[in-house]
Design a binder for this molecule. Structure first.
Ligand code: FRU
Length: 483
């Protein structure tokens, strides 16, 4: 049963969708095959689960404006990770313990029910924050009943304590929560339960100023823990890291540690932090285990506090999107991300060229163009110093073979100047690119590196240009993508 207040808020949100639907849909930057908010602002993906034969993706949603605030949980479902349907609003910030936002969280199946865990965010008139980890339950996977608070703030942490991710292991439930310790360090904190209602606080498994790490940011958001290919992986989003060479260029970071989670000692023995993505817009990813045993990740194509209000789509009353679903593998101790193979269903017309050669020139290839396309460049052989790919005159990929550096440049949507993100790449073998009307996702060398970004070309510009200094051979394949 929903409270009167919850029903009222949901009705207001639906009214907002009706009111702005035309304006939103007129936007030529509206994406063709990515998940977006129907109106307003979307941020983190939440509650990813493959439940009773249906994939569920919930998302942080502010229906009433294109800024942050008291978040709802929006909801999409899909049979195949490609075709999505919008489902009824799952959660609204209606109760005293979540009145300033049903913040991020996760989903599990328990006794045939779909159970959500989320953070109830509360702020008083002075702006002081309170945080509660809360539960909501559904029988049909579409309508949720709030069960209230299951965890209050333990000693030793500030109220920056949120984003519960729950999983099951050996007949126990575990929850990892993103936290800030009273000494100002980001932490990932573990809880254990037998019934999902009573939770025992086990303590931090990882964090800044621990056995395994020096100072590492003032807050860790959106933690996720899972076993993969014989090891354990901890994904976190640390806030407060300073730019360091090519690393940590966004306002907040998103990355992972590989190691071993010792449940007995409440300690994650881990190696160094690696960024998940090298692009401009990527944050707060979450993973799920699916029916095929795959570990699938979806991220937010945005970063908090990073010029969100300057994105051109706000004129059409919406902002941000989710990334494509990506399958994770662990190869040589590093995460590899590849777009799920179901996305091949989107492919329409194919244009392919085998073993093309480009010598000291900048040129296009007939049919290799478009605004919603998949582009594969394979068997790249570069004899010379540089390869570049111009995307619709608004972004450019540059591989410098002498330095072993891959660069993504784009025209800033704040001031029109060129800005860049980079990573080291000793050898370039393949580039796999998904372009949507205002986004790009690049998978390098079959997912060794990824770059995710929004970009805003002229809507009629479909041009793709390839160039080299030197001599280049490669295979080109391109498909139009349509859902
Ligand atoms: C990350 C985050 C989470 C929080 C949510 C609020 O982007 O700040 O920590 O739960 O967004 O929308």
């Amino acid at each position: 049963m929903k409270s009167e207040r919850e029903q009222q808020l949901m009705e207001q949100a639906y009214a907002e969708i009706d009111k702005y639907q035309d304006l939103v849909n007129r936007d030529r930057y509206r994406l063709r095959y990515h998940l977006m908010p129907p109106v307003g602002l979307l941020n983190d993906p939440n509650g990813l689960i493959d439940w009773n034969g249906t994939y569920h993706v919930f998302y942080q949603w502010m229906p009433f404006r294109t800024g942050h605030g008291a978040k709802f949980w929006g909801h999409y479902t899909s049979p195949d990770l490609v075709h999505w349907q919008s489902a009824p609003i799952a959660l609204a910030p209606s109760e005293w313990y979540d009145k300033n936002g049903c913040y991020s969280g996760s989903a599990v199946d328990h006794e045939g029910k779909l159970v959500l865990f989320y953070t109830g965010n509360v702020k008083d008139e002075q702006g002081n924050r309170q945080t509660y980890q809360c539960m909501a339950v559904s029988e049909d996977g579409l309508h949720f009943t709030k069960k209230g608070i299951v965890i209050t703030l333990p000693d030793g942490y500030t109220a920056h304590f949120r984003d519960p991710k729950v999983w099951r292991k050996d007949d126990q439930w575990y929850m990892i929560v993103g936290a800030q310790s009273e000494s100002g360090d980001g932490k990932a904190v573990l809880f254990r339960s037998t019934d999902l209602f009573q939770w025992e606080h086990l303590g931090p498994i990882a964090g800044g100023n621990s056995n395994w790490l020096g100072p590492f940011g003032y807050m860790w958001e959106c933690p996720d823990v899972f076993p993969l290919d014989g090891q354990d992986v901890l994904i976190v989003c640390p806030q407060g890291l300073k730019p360091d060479g090519m690393r940590y260029q966004n306002v907040y970071q998103s990355g992972y540690f590989v190691g071993h989670l010792d449940y007995e000692r409440t300690e994650f023995l881990h190696g160094p932090f690696e960024e998940l993505d090298r692009g401009f817009e990527f944050y707060a990813p979450q993973t799920m285990l699916d029916r095929h045993g795959r570990r699938i990740l979806i991220g937010w194509m945005g970063v908090p506090d990073q010029d969100e209000d300057r994105q051109p789509t706000v004129r059409h009353r919406w902002v941000h999107a989710l990334t494509l679903p990506r399958e994770l593998r662990l190869v040589d101790g590093k995460l590899r991300q590849t777009p799920v193979k179901e996305l091949k269903q989107l492919r329409k017309q194919k244009v392919a060229y085998r073993n093309v050669a480009i010598v000291n020139e900048l040129r296009s290839w007939p049919g290799i163009e478009g605004d919603a396309i998949e582009l594969r460049l394979d068997n790249i052989e570069l004899f010379g110093s540089m390869l570049e790919i111009h995307l619709r005159h608004a972004a450019r990929l540059v591989y410098n073979g002498d330095e072993g550096v891959l660069t993504l440049e784009r025209k800033s949507f704040v001031n029109g100047l060129t800005e860049k993100r980079q990573c080291r790449l000793p050898r370039l073998r393949s580039l796999h690119l998904f372009l949507d009307t205002s986004s790009l996702e690049l998978f390098v060398n079959d997912g060794e590196e990824t770059f995710t970004a929004r970009f805003f070309p002229h809507p009629d510009d479909r041009t793709i240009l390839f160039g080299t200094h030197g001599h280049l051979h490669m295979d080109i394949e391109k498909w139009d993508l349509l859902r």
